[in-house]
Design a protein around this ligand. Sequence first.
Ligand code: C2E
Ligand code: MG
Ligand code: MG
Ligand code: MG
Length: 284
Amino acid sequence: AAKTQGHNGHRFYSEEMEAQARQRAILKTLLLSAQTRGELYLLYQPICDLATGTVAGVEALLRWRSPELGEVLPSEFITVAEESGAIDVIGMWVAEQVLKDLCQLEQRAGRALTMSINVSARQLRDPGLPDRLDALLRQYGQEPSQLKLEITESLLIVESDNEHSVLKDLAARGYQLVLDDFGTGYSALGYLQKYPLHTIKIDKSFISGDSSLVSNTSLVKSIVFMANTMGMKTVAEGIESPDQETFVAALGCSYGQGFLYSPPAPLDQILNWITQPEASDSLP
Ligand code: C2E
Ligand code: MG
Ligand code: MG
Ligand code: MG
């Protein structure tokens, strides 16, 4: 609806904001019990080694099926979970779930795989996080190097010593830190050097879309070159077509992820896919 100037427009705007605030309050309340009521679940998306064509690992993507609201996307509920603090409990639930599922995936694949999880800034403010992750890994017999923690750029520019030291602690324990959505934020190169990052994930906005890669060739090339120079791996996210795959592989990207290989899918489907990736057409 169009917003008009003046008194009416102003009132209209406040009503809209009130409606939004109410919606957030509802989300917050429902989300607090979502985990205990078993409404959260994970989908997995394979990450492929572009040089060999094999699956290197999977990324866990959180989903919420609410009886009241239906299927809610992470873009709608993650911020609410961060603001309310629910993300701390949810984040540990994600970590435990992925470790259980990783055991199954590795059994099926017959080799070691990596598991990537997305971690919020708020979780990294907690100095107890590394110890809790370590304890979970011991419980499931996995090594820190198999757990990739995806963080976003905005986190690196926050001047909080707490978050910085938690990141450094995690890296020192062998967790692999991955910079997600690279290129969408501040992209200040100085920050890249300040942190023990293992991998840079090039944002899908540079990869997907009809002319994205063509118009962003030199940019993607520079990111890959810079990452290589600094001893980091790269993942191209949002690969949807064979052409895009060929393109990023030629630019020297280490890994690819996207609908071309598989959309995020339930564990069962990924377990089958791992043994016969060429059958990926049969996925939804
Ligand atoms: P992300 O970590 O950058 O995840 C990649 C997103 O791109 C996912 O969206 C995925 O479904 C989508 N995607 C994958 N391949 C393609 C493709 O070929 N083309 C296009 N257009 N998109 C593709 P999703 O699942 O909706 O997740 C959105 C964001 O929510 C994630 O972005 C991540 O930042 C956040 N998120 C998801 N799960 C968690 C979680 O467990 N914890 C936290 N803190 N954040 C999460
Ligand atoms: Mg991610
Ligand atoms: Mg991303
Ligand atoms: Mg993201």
